[in-house]
Design a binder for this molecule. Structure first.
Ligand SMILES: Nc1ncnc2c1ncn2[C@@H]1O[C@H](COP(=O)(O)OP(=O)(O)OP(=O)(O)O)[C@@H](O)[C@H]1O
Ligand SMILES: [Mg+2]
Length: 380
C-alpha cells in the first residue's frame, strides 16, 4: 500500500499514524483471523480484560474472554452474523483474566481483501458505569413493584394466619382445656393444616426476600418455564382474583430455560401489574388473563401472555417499550416497567414483543431453551 501523506501530518507516514491511533485508542480494539484467533490487540483491550502483556492473548482465540454468564445463543448469533460477512453489534458480558465480569458494547465487523473475508475487527466499549446505573434503576423498579405487591402480600399472609389460628384454638380446646371431646381424625387434620399454612407463609416470605435482595439480581438457574410462571403468581394471584380477573393457563411442561429467576419473575409481575391497571376502567365481568407456554420448534420457548382489558391503542403500541413512556397519572406510573422488562429479556438472549388485537393486549416473551444434553437442574 502506498503511504498517503496528509497535510496536517506532513512527516508522519499514514501507516505509522494508523498504528499509533490503534494502540492509543480509548476503545478496546482487537483484530482476529477468520477463526477468531487474536492477531493484534491494543492497550485499552489489555487494560479492559486485565491482561499484563499482549503475549498472554495473541495466538489464542476470543474464547479467553468468554463468560459463562452470556448465553451460548448470543455467541452463536454473533458468529453466524460475522461469518456471513455481516456486522454484529450488541451488549454482552465478557470475562477478564481474573474471572471478573466485563460489560461491553461490542461491534465486530468483517475485514476483507478483494471481497474475500480475511479476518474480523472488534471494538469493545466499557459499559461498567452504565450497568451500575441500570442495576440501580432495576432495583428501584423492583422496590416499587414490591409496594404494589403489598396488598397481595397481606392476603397471602392473612388467610393462612386466620386458619392457623382457628386450628390452633381447636387443638387447645381439645388437648389443654378438655372443653370438647377429642376426635383424633379432626385433630390430626387441624395439625396438618397448621403445618401447611405455615409452610405456605414461609414460601411467600422466602420469595419476598429473594425479590427484594439486591444480590438476587445476579444468580442464574435452570428451571422449567411453567415453574417460573407459577412462582411469579404467588403474590399477585389473590390481588387479581379479588378484582374479578380470572387466570387461565395452558403451560407446556419441561420447557427448560436458564434464567435469573428474580429478574424474569419481575417481568411477569410487570405484565400482570399492567393488566390489572388496564382492567380498572373496564366492566367487572369477563376479565381474563391467559398464559400459554410452548416451544416454537427453533430452540425457543414462547410465553404468550394476553389480557382482554381493551387492547393497546396504536399510538401507545409504538412507544410502549420506551423508558418513561406512560399513560398513567403522575405519581402512578414511571413508564419504566416494560423498558426494564425488555432489557432483562434481552439479557437472557430472548425477545419481548407486544401486539394488540381487538380488546386484547398480547405480549410474546421468547427465551432460549436449554438443550436437553446440557441441562443441569440447579437448586433455586
Ligand atoms: N396490558 C396492557 N393493556 C393496555 N395498555 C398497556 C398494557 N400494558 C402496558 N400498557 C400501556 O403501556 C404503558 C407503558 O407501560 P409500562 O409498564 O412501561 O409503564 P407504566 O405501567 O405506565 O408505569 P410503571 O410500570 O412504572 O408502573 C402504560 O402506561 C400503558 O399505557
Ligand atoms: Mg407497568
Amino acid at each position: 500500500m502506498r503511504a498517503t501523506v496528509l497535510p496536517e501530518t506532513r512527516n508522519i507516514p499514514i501507516d505509522s499514524l494508523l498504528d499509533k491511533a490503534f494502540t492509543q485508542s480509548d476503545y478496546a480494539v482487537n483484530v482476529t483471523d477468520t477463526k477468531g484467533v487474536l492477531l493484534k490487540v491494543n492497550q485499552a483491550y489489555l487494560d479492559l480484560y486485565k491482561f499484563g502483556h499482549e503475549d498472554e492473548v495473541l495466538g489464542r482465540t476470543q474464547r479467553i474472554i468468554r463468560s459463562p454468564r452470556t448465553h451460548d445463543s448470543v455467541y452463536k448469533d454473533m458468529w453466524s452474523t460475522i461469518s456471513a460477512g455481516g456486522t454484529w453489534r450488541g451488549n454482552l458480558t465478557n470475562m477478564a483474566k481474573d474471572g471478573s465480569e466485563v460489560f461491553v458494547h461490542l461491534t465486530i465487523s468483517p475485514v476483507r481483501e478483494k471481497g474475500r473475508l480475511i479476518g474480523f475487527m472488534g471494538f469493545s466499549l466499557d459499559r461498567a458505569q452504565q450497568v451500575l446505573l441500570e442495576r440501580e434503576l432495576f432495583h428501584a423498579n423492583k422496590l416499587m413493584i414490591l409496594g404494589t405487591l403489598g396488598a397481595g402480600l397481606a392476603h397471602e399472609l392473612n388467610n393462612p394466619l386466620a386458619s392457623i389460628l382457628l386450628d390452633a384454638e381447636y387443638l387447645r380446646d381439645v388437648l389443654v382445656d378438655g372443653a370438647r371431646p377429642i376426635d383424633r381424625d379432626t385433630a390430626a387434620q387441624a395439625a396438618r393444616s397448621v403445618i401447611s399454612g405455615v409452610e405456605r407463609m414461609k414460601k411467600v416470605l422466602e420469595h419476598l426476600l429473594l425479590y427484594s435482595r439486591k444480590e438476587g439480581a445476579q444468580k442464574h438457574s435452570t428451571l422449567p418455564l411453567d415453574q417460573l410462571v407459577e412462582g411469579s403468581l404467588l403474590f399477585m394471584e389473590k390481588q387479581l382474583r379479588s378484582r374479578g380477573i380470572a387466570l387461565e393457563f395452558d403451560l407446556e411442561r419441561n420447557l427448560f430455560i436458564s434464567c435469573n429467576r428474580t429478574q424474569l419473575e419481575s417481568v411477569i409481575h410487570n405484565l400482570l401489574g399492567n393488566s390489572r391497571d388496564a382492567f380498572e376502567d373496564r366492566p367487572a365481568e369477563g376479565r381474563v388473563i391467559r398464559l400459554k407456554a410452548r416451544s416454537d420448534g427453533t430452540g425457543f420457548a414462547v410465553l404468550e401472555y394476553q389480557d382482554n382489558a381493551g387492547g393497546i391503542p396504536k399510538h401507545v403500541l409504538g412507544r410502549i417499550f420506551e423508558p418513561f413512556f406512560t399513560t398513567k397519572q403522575e405519581g402512578e406510573g414511571t413508564g419504566l416497567g416494560l423498558a426494564i422488562c425488555r432489557k432483562i429479556v434481552a439479557e437472557h438472549g430472548g425477545t419481548l414483543q407486544c401486539a394488540s388485537e381487538g380488546d386484547r393486549a398480547i405480549f410474546l416473551l421468547r427465551l432460549p431453551l436449554i438443550r436437553q444434553e446440557s441441562r443441569e437442574i440447579l437448586p433455586d
